[in-house]
Design a protein around this ligand. Structure first.
Ligand code: ZN
Ligand code: ZN
Length: 344
């Protein structure tokens, strides 16, 4: 009996559609939490890689899915990652390799031993087929630098690897949820400081607090920059024009007075009295002496932050102050977001 190259069923649940067409069902492996990796079809999108938890978010009848970074809209099955495409191809190739091997054995009458003897008592010939081992199929790569976020609108449980703006299922603007999740990472670091002080000492505690302060400022800056990029992209003719305007903003979002200047001069926003700008400024200013002056305060710092204390005394930021700063960063980001993107 001649064997066909591909037989229905098997691990890929092959279906013969007729006319030499087959359909294979390949289950893409999930990570330990049941998440499946997705990738933006726009190859220019960065990082473009995310994950969704199956069974959360929009279930059934979903027409479109979205990239959480650039809001690229496409059918839900258009977000396979290159790694998954490679994995699917590898699995199919393995099936075909096995099919070719089996067909060759059949055609040559080799049977399951892969050997056949020909000839008589005088001359004998042995033919054997040695297959190289079927290649091991490598599962898709997993990334551990991740942040999990549940969409407040559609409940999709999704994982992103950068500051994202959109929900991957419903396409809603969930930027502030993403920012809150990232601020919570720093908050959990602050929550661990007592344990680390007991285990590692006071200097480690001080360094941890400095790092958490730096993180808070970086997050504020990254969030403001992301919003500025999006706002400018809706107004500038080209990506180059957007980047050149962002370049002019530079690192102004690391300073509260300069941030207020940008908000008013570039975005045309009115002052936002509900945002605790003064408290933000006092905390932001603490990082200068702490980070760059070995924890020793200078006069310039005192003038800028209007803090009490004498020059030369060590300026400490406390865990409570960092937690308040994290709250204030979220308030400020939320307020600016509402003003810049009111329809969201
Ligand atoms: Zn994208
Ligand atoms: Zn959603």
């Amino acid at each position: 009996m001649t064997r066909r190259l591909l037989r229905p069923g098997g691990p890929l649940n092959l279906r013969d559609l007729g006319g030499d067409k087959f359909q294979a069902t390949i289950e893409i492996p999930k990570d330990a939490d049941g998440r499946v990796a997705r990738e933006c079809p726009d190859r220019a999108c960065s990082p473009g890689y995310f994950k969704v938890k199956l069974g959360t978010g929009i279930i059934g009848g979903q027409v479109h899915a979205y990239c959480p970074y650039c809001r690229h809209e496409a059918g839900p099955d258009s977000f396979d990652t290159r790694e998954q495409a490679r994995y699917a191809k590898d699995l199919l190739m393995r099936e075909i390799r096995e099919g070719v091997d089996a067909m060759t054995r059949d055609a040559l009458g080799l049977g399951s031993s892969g050997k056949r003897k020909f000839g008589s008592a005088f001359i004998s010939m042995e033919m054997s087929l040695k297959s190289t081992p079927v290649p091991h199929v490598r599962p898709p790569l997993e990334d551990e630098v991740r942040r999990d976020v549940v969409c407040p609108r559609c409940t999709l449980d999704q994982t992103v690897f950068g500051l994202a703006m959109w929900c991957a299922d419903c396409g809603s603007d969930i930027f502030v949820t993403h920012v809150a999740a990232e601020l919570n990472v720093t908050r959990s670091m602050v929550g661990d400081i007592d344990r680390r002080r007991e285990a590692l000492g006071l200097r480690v505690e001080a360094k941890d607090l400095e790092n958490c302060l730096e993180d808070s400022v970086s997050l504020f800056e990254a969030a403001l920059k992301a919003m500025a990029r999006r706002w400018l992209a809706g107004r500038e003719a080209s990506a180059e024009a957007v980047e050149s305007r962002l370049k002019k903003i530079g690192n102004k979002f690391q300073s509260i007075p300069l941030t207020q200047e940008v908000l008013s001069e570039i975005f045309g926003l009115p002052p936002m009295p509900d945002v605790p700008w003064a408290a933000l400024n006092a905390a932001f200013e603490k990082r200068h002496p702490i980070a760059h002056n070995l924890g020793v305060v200078d006069r310039k710092y005192l003038e800028r932050a209007q803090a009490s204390g004498r020059p030369g005394r060590e300026v400490r930021i406390t865990a409570a102050e960092v937690n308040t700063l994290l709250d204030n960063v979220l308030t400020a980001v939320g307020a600016v977001h509402t003003k810049l993107f009111p329809a969201a």
